[in-house]
Design a protein around this ligand. Sequence first.
Ligand code: PGA
Length: 248
Amino acid sequence: MTRQTIVAANWKMNGDSKLILEMSEALNALTLKNKQVIVCPSAPYLANAVSVFSNQDIAIGAQNANEHDKGAYTGEVSALMLKDLQVQYVILGHSERRAIYGESSELVADKVAHVLGHGLTAILCIGETESERENGETETVLKSQLDPVINQIGIQAFENVVVAYEPVWAIGTGKTASSEIAQQTHEFIRGYLASFDTDIANTTAILYGGSVNAGNCQELFSQADIDGGLIGGASLKIEEFSNICSAE
Ligand code: PGA
């Protein structure tokens, strides 16, 4: 089963209009073979990024969306607004949102439903903490993060969901999961989706995230069940991110 490789840049609360321009120029110089590159800047820069990258085969993603279309939710951004801006992807359930802003897997499922309802693709982040892995709870945690989406929307949700497996202990720590651990976990995730629908499981892209850089991406991306990466820190460095996008 061939799935297209996806490389998504999660800029978090970093970057500015200068970085958008410079990244656009750098990526324009590359030939991106059978690879979807997605740049996810902070919300205030989305419109600018859509316009700057408009002539390139690069999609723009947001880092969050509210679970309502509109209303008295000061400071929030809705999927409806993102659709209007021609944003195509939305990162949801990132571990920073779960840990710092208390987002539950049920709330994340509501957000996924909203994002899909507006024809956008969700990048659903799941992953265990270090202690959960040490206690042998990784699979239970991953299921508990996938189940609310499956229960609320159905397995068909994954026709428009990209899964990003990001072990929390590997995010921003420089401690990448070994390609064996990452592959084993991706295989588990695909197998779990397959227990509901094999075709959907075979076509769902599952990205790895957590300290991916130009030096380790090739080995990670070449694993059978790893379909690319969600890149944080390294996606802010133009040369490094260009090298990740060029990896075979
Ligand atoms: P990192 O972040 O690449 O800096 O570890 C990944 C992420 O949080 O999406």
